[in-house]
Structures are given as structure tokens and as C-alpha cells.
Design a binder for this molecule. Sequence first.
Ligand code: HEM
Length: 512
Amino acid sequence: MLFEGLELVSALATLAACLVSVTLLLAVSQQLWQLRWAATRDKSCKLPIPKGSMGFPLIGETGHWLLQGSGFQSSRREKYGNVFKTHLLGRPLIRVTGAENVRKILMGEHHLVSTEWPRSTRMLLGPNTVANSIGDIHRNKRKVFSKIFSHEALESYLPKIQLVIQDTLRAWSSHPEAINVYQEAQKLTFRMAIRVLLGFSIPEEDLGHLFDVYQQFVENVFSLPVDLPFSGYRRGIQARQTLQKGLEKAIREKLQCTQGKDYSDALDILIESSKEHGKEMTMQELKDGTLELIFAAYATTASASTSLIMQLLKHPAVLEKLREELRAQGILHSGGCPCEGTLHLDTLGGLRYLDCVIKEVMRLFTPISGGYRTVLQTFELDGFQIPKGWSVMYSIRDTHDTAPVFKDVNVFDPDRFSQARSEDKDGRFHYLPFGGGVRTCLGKHLAKLFLKVLAVELASTSRFELATRTFPRITLVPVLHPVDGLSVKFFGLDSNQNKILPETEAMLSATV
Ligand code: HEM
């Protein structure tokens, strides 16, 4: 009995000693980790390094970032200020908020900073992409790619985009159950990118498979760059390989079959434009280029489309005002008509209130948190040194959230962009959903065009109601989206704008 008691005491003492040692080891390694990064300050500069925490050895604050969502940036900004340091996705990072600070970063491209996305993003997207290229290569790539988004090109995509959106809304309205808007918006923007933008005629089943792989790719684009079995990064690499195979097949088939096309799609324009600029693209460049276009178009635009629908649900008065504007311009049409070709860029450009609604969605629910850069030479921000070799991320969302030019910054109020108020006119860098400087989003006019057509079609042909008691929570990685999607019941409208109840069950899940 006495021996048993002694054994128990000795086991407890060993356990306690182990716990104390582990805690001490963790505390010491964390301290060394902080010192390791403090030592990388530029000693030739008198300014201090920004405040903040580098988290735990190797993983830094990646876990906090993934778990806390929008709270991560705001809690640290409140604690440390507009410029703070952290360690995310395997590297030291200074996160920056506020128009003046952001201006310095965006205008400093090529001399103060240069683009550098996290390693996982760079490796998964590939070296040949516009977003990953720098200097003259970047300038030339932008020239080649910008033709895809010219006024003429957008006008030619418009009827096709309208048709894809009409078909989708018809399917949503005839579905007897509520639909998961975020999931379906992803399918819609994926379909738009594959069928309209790239002109691929991939069979429906293959498209469904490609969509699943694409989701696996996007989910792991921001992951710890550790290539181990079952790691997110490994899943991303596998998805990239499968996608590249699928894209190569689609590109080869497309190049062989040019008949039956009534418009030039982005891939046609890209191939033509690269020839004009004296540098025909290789198959690898074409695959990386198309992968980037789908990636850039699909997740961001699906996020914005979901936010648009959520805001129209939350603010019926905004939807009604939009319908009035469309009615006044003779654009509000009732469902049932195959209206391909009824919209033009000029018509959409004249819809002032619609423009305000889209701008406000992009202000409050900007899909991308910000952009990543690496520091080429030490510079100053807000009294701190931003040392050469570190990474910086300019924050779009936080800059919007803290911009003094916006009255009642958290309120959804499209009229703030009306001609009378134009709250965004003071200071270009307070409002930057599409970034700025030489890396401004190449596809911003296409994205806005898509969102405007979606809003016109929603206002014209659908009634929609939230199918849950409350609106879902929002998360930010990889792009802003509702946590469990957004559950909404759609109804078609007859010519008197009354609800049509669904008769047939559309197989939504079977089609991408
Ligand atoms: C609502 C939708 C979209 C949003 C919010 C958005 C946002 C952005 C932002 C903020 C950047 C700059 C990133 C940086 O500073 O590093 C960017 C870059 C880019 N975007 Fe978009 N984007 C959208 C849609 C699109 C679409 C539809 C395309 C093309 C089909 C596209 C293609 C690109 C490309 C190629 C770049 C890289 C530009 C460069 O590095 O020079 N985006 N986008």
C-alpha cells in the first residue's frame, strides 16, 4: 500500500516535471523566435521595427489567422496600430492599413517593393502568371493580357454572360428547395470562366469533375508550404497537376476546332495578342495563363455575387430602387424571354444607381483582404522601419473599414457613391477593392460587368427569400464568404412580376 502510494506520488512528480519542462521549452523557443526576427531589423535605420507578435516557432500566427478570420486583423490593429508585424504562412509579415500607407506601397512597386505572394500561392499558381511576374516581364504580360478586357472584348462577352446568368437563375427558381448561394455562385462563375471567357466546350460531367478539383486547388492556395502526405499544400499540388492536364486537353481541342464560334473569347484574344507582341505563348504559358484567369475570376466574383444577393435580401428598399431605375430605362424585363443581346455596355454604364450598389457591395464586402509584396529596400511607414527582405501586406478591407471619408462606415448605403455625395472622391486610396498602381486588377471591368448583369437579371426575373432565420457569419479565407453558404429560396416572376411557384425539380447539383 505504502509502495503504491509512493509510486503514484513519483508518477505525478514526473508528470509535473515534464509539464514544467515543456512549458519552459515552449517559452524559451518562443522568446528565441521573437529575437530571431528582431535581429533582422535594418541596423542602418534608426527607426524601430513595428510592434506585434511573431507567434510560435515555424507556424507563427497562422493558426490564429485561420481561426479568428476578420477578428485577426482588427484585434491586432487595435492593439498595435495601423502597421504591425506578424508571422503567417511560413514567413514574417508586416500588415499595413490606411490610405497613406497603402499609397506608399502601391506606388512603390518595382523600387520599394515587389510582388511576392505566399509560397503556397506562388507555387500553386505557377511562375508564368501575371500576378507572380515582375519588372519588364510583368509589364509585357499585362500588355498582352489587357486586350482580353478591352471595351470591344467585353461587349462581345456580354450577351454570353447574360445568357449563362439567365439560365442559372431559371434553374435556381425552378428548384423546389432553397439553394446554397455561395456554392451555386461558385459554379456560375466557374462556368462563366470556362465556357464564356475561355470558350472551352468541355462535356458537363468533365466540367463537374474539373470544378471539384478546382475547389480543392482554391482551398489550398493559402496553406502552410509543407509538402507532406495529407497536408493542404500536397492536396493543392495534386489539384494543380490534374487541372493542368485537363486544361491542356481543352486547349488542344479548342485549337483544333475553330468552327461554330460567333465571337472571340479571351483565349483567342490572348493567343492573337501574344503573336502581335512578337512572343507566341508556349503550351505551359497558356496553361498557367488560363489557370490564373479562372482562379482570379472564379473565387473573387463568386464572393462578390453572394454578397450582392445577401445585401439585396437585407435591404429590400435598395432592390426596389434598383427596379425603379431599370423600369425607367426600359430594361426591367419579365422572365421567360431569351433576352440574349438586350444589354450593352453603354446601357449598363448609364445605370447610376446600379453602379452605386455594386461599389457599395465591393466596399463593405471586398472579396480579397489585400495584396502581398516583398520589401526591396528599407523604408518608413508611420514612424517604423519596414526592413528590406520582409514581406508586407497592404490591407484593402481594413483600409475600407477605417477610412475617414466614409460616413457611418459599417452601414450599407449605396447612395454614398451618388453624384451628390461621392464619398470616394477624396483620396484615391481609401477605396481600393481592385487594388491600385501598376498591379491594379486586370479583370475589374469584367467583374463589375458580371455583377451588374447579375443584379439586372435578379431584379428582373427573380424573387428571393432568406431560407434561414438569421443571416450567416462571414469568414475571409481564401476569399470573403458566408460560413455555411447562404441559404435562399428563389422564385421566378411572371409578366406581372408575381411569383411563379416551381413545378419541376431542376438537378442543380448535377450541373456546374
Ligand atoms: C470581384 C472580383 C475581383 C476582385 C475583388 C479582384 C481584386 C483584385 C486585386 C485586389 C488585385 C491586386 C492584387 C495585388 O495588389 O497584388 C487583383 C489582381 C488581378 N486580378 Fe482581380 N479581382 C477580381 C476579378 C478578377 C477577374 C474577373 C479577373 C480576370 C478574369 C482578374 C484578374 C486579375 C489579375 C490577372 C490580377 C494580377 C494583376 C497584376 O499582378 O498585374 N480579377 N485583383
